[in-house]
Every structure is written in C-alpha cells, then in structure tokens.
Design a protein around this ligand. Sequence first.
Ligand code: GLN
Length: 480
Amino acid sequence: MLLNELTIVEAADGLRKKKFSSVELTEACLKRIHERNETLNAFITVADESALLEAKRADKQIQKGVAVHALTGVPFSVKDAICVKDIRSTGAAKILDSYLPPYDATVIEKIRLLGGIMIGKTNCDTFGHGASNENSMYGPVKNPHDETKVAGGSSGGSAASVADHMAVYSIAEDTGGSIRWPASACGIVGFRPSYGRNSRYGIMPMASSLDVVGPMAKTVADIALLMETMAGHDPKDATTVPDAVPAYTKKLKNKPATARLKIGIPKEYLELEGLNKEVKAVSETVITRLKEAGATIIPLSLPHTKYAIPVYYILVPSEDSSNLARLDGIRYGVRADESALYDLYAASRAKGFPDEVKRRIMIGTYALSAGYYDAYYRKAARVRTRIIRDFEEAFREVDAILAPTSPFPAFGLGEKKDDVLAMYLADIFVSPAAVAGIPALSVPVGKTKAGLPVGMQVIGKRLGEEIVLSIGSLLEGICK
Ligand code: GLN
C-alpha cells in the first residue's frame, strides 16, 4: 500500500512507530497531486513548499515525542471557501483570485496547532453554490471513479482529493449537502455536524443560518477523530454551542448493541419517483442487512420534507445575497476598469462572479425586498420550523434515520449544467437535514454495476453526533 493511501489512524500509527516520516508521507501525497491534478482538477492551489516545511517541523515533534497527536504530520486538503493563513483562498471565485487570508479559520487553526499538514486548497462550486462543481470559475472537477462524471458538489475537489489519495482527509463546508453528496459520489465518508457544533469563523459565508464545517475522510473512525479536534465553542462564532465536546473516538469503540437500535426509514426518500433503481436496490440491501444484524427497522413519514428544497432555495439565496454584498473587486481579484465607484463595483462583480452566484443574488435580493419578505423569507422560515418538528417527532421513536444520500450516482459532466432546476433537485435528500440543522453522515455502502459509488446517510437528532457516528461505523462494517 502506498503511503498516501493510508487512513489517518493508519498514518498516525506508522508515524509514531517511525515506519516512515511526515516528509515521506507528504511527498507521497504531493506526488499523487502532481500526477493526477491536471486530469481531475481537484486543487486550485497546491502548497508544496509550506507543506514540506510543516512536515519537517512535524517530524521533529514526532522525533522528540512531545505533544504528538494523531493528526500530527498527516496531510490534509481544505475547501477553497475556507480561509488558510497566507495561502491563496479564492472560494473558486475570480473576485477573490488573489486573496491571501491574514488568518486561519478556527477549525483549520485547531488542526494546524496539532501539527496537521495543509497540503492545498480544493476546487468547489464558487462559494459553494452548486451540486456538481461545474459552477467553479476554475473548471469542473472530474470523478476519480469515472472521469466523464462529476465529482458532486459543491465540495467536489475535497471529495476527489481524498478518494484519489491526494490528501489523507479534507475539511469542507456543507450548507445544503456539499459535504455529503460529493462524498457519496466519490465513495468516501462525509459528515455534516449539527449547526453550531463547529465554528464557522473563517469560512466564506454562504447562508449563515445553514453553513456548517465538517470533515471528509476514508473511514468513520477518521471522521470521529477529526470531529473531536474541530468541534467546540468559539468566542469568534456566537452560534457555536457551549456544550462540551464528547469523546467521539472513545464512544465509537463502545458500539451500541445493534439489537437495541431503532432505525427509521422515511418513505419520502425510498419511495421517491425518479429514484435511480440501482441506488434503491443498494439501499434496500443495506436495510435488510441491518435488520439481519438485529436492528429494528421502523418505517416513518416526514410529511414536510418535500418542502425542504423550496425552503432551502428561498433562505439560501436570501442569505447569500446579503453575505456577498461585501465583495466589491477593490482589493483581491478581478477589478474592472471603471473610474466611477459604483460602476467599478458593478462591473467588477459582473466579471468576478459566475452565473449561478448572480442568479442567487438576484433571487435573494428579490425575496428580501420590501413587500416580498413576508411572502418569501418569513414564510420559508416558518416552513423550516415544520421540517424541524417532523424530525423531532421522528427522533422520539427512532435513534436515527437512514436514507440514500442522493437519488442517483454521479451524473455525467455537462448533463445537468444548463438545467438549473434539475441541479437544485439533486439536493433533494441532503437539504432536509441541512434546513433542520441536524447531523448527517454519508457512508459509502455499495456500487452500481458501472462501478460508481453509492452512499447512504445516517441522520440524527440535534447534537446527536455520537449515535450518528456509531451507526455509520456499523454500516461501514456490514457493507464491507
Ligand atoms: N447544492 C447546494 C447549493 O447549491 C449545496 C451547497 C452547499 O452545501 N454548499 O446550494
């Protein structure tokens, strides 16, 4: 096995036992990036030099045996919409083409303080707006399992970087599925924690009431390890919860008795018209295996879940339009050649944003405008509460909900690009948990005949990360 193919747990073990060094591990990842990035387009910026310097430092730390953590010396990638100090962070937007953040996002700072090696910034749909990575101003990402297919979005670069072993894990952002869907499309594990569990400080905001930062990795054990490091209250993000961070890794080892587990299967997902047959078949096999393992399977209904997409596509563009108002083209990226200030802003924004970003600014500005706010934003916020209540009700009866991550496996590049509605509908299974602010984990559970990965989501109650991770790990075991 090549070094870059290791999981975090395996890499940490090898580093601690001095089987290899962090420099060797980092070089293996960089080599893979240089072999593959031209084809896959997973990275916008590769941080060769600083990564190797950090690796040398980590090796010294490991040599001395002081303050060594499982993440020390292990290379990771970061979605380009997350700030990394002094490393170009564009959010895949030309308007920030030359932006060098003067600080690390809190989650990144935490990982780097432990000696994590930041290897590069990954491609994504601009500011996270998309489901196929085709809305990136730096070109689409290709799926490592089939280069004619999308890697999913918006964190397609992060997913491809891990699935193709260019990085051991990745840190990304999920507003409405951007971690889980690309994880599913590329056959890796992706976790959206509860809203407020991880700090959003240093994330380029998309929709502030939904944005969540989370990990993407090869195993659930790696995800638990990362969550333990990333989670917690941050004085710089007032929405972070003050609750103590559970020992996720330890909890994962003490598996709950499968015989006592109650898993809810909402009919709104598996009975969806248009659900791909192979995805349905794989999902049903997983449910059967869970039953055989002793879990109780409980069919249920989430009656308002069908409104998640319409609610999402009112709330998100509204918040998007407000958050994006700060970008003016003055300092960091494309700047139009205009002398009057307003013209300069308008022309720079016209050049620096792709169509999808402009579409959201227009929809959002409209939905928030006087006279329409009550009809759209407020109404959507109310329906959002109904969606939350549906879940709360369900969790009175079940420990977790299981559903496919996506109604289809990775689709062809270009296939939905010009069909905005079809692209929005790709989020049909991932948007409900996002709108509700609850944790959801996508785990690879099988493949189609053509070899494309299929993922399933474990959805849990608010701040119920532990049970979600435990069931994820159970799924991982039964789907091997
Ligand atoms: N596809 C969703 C959107 O375009 C996902 C966004 C996200 O989670 N960042 O809004």
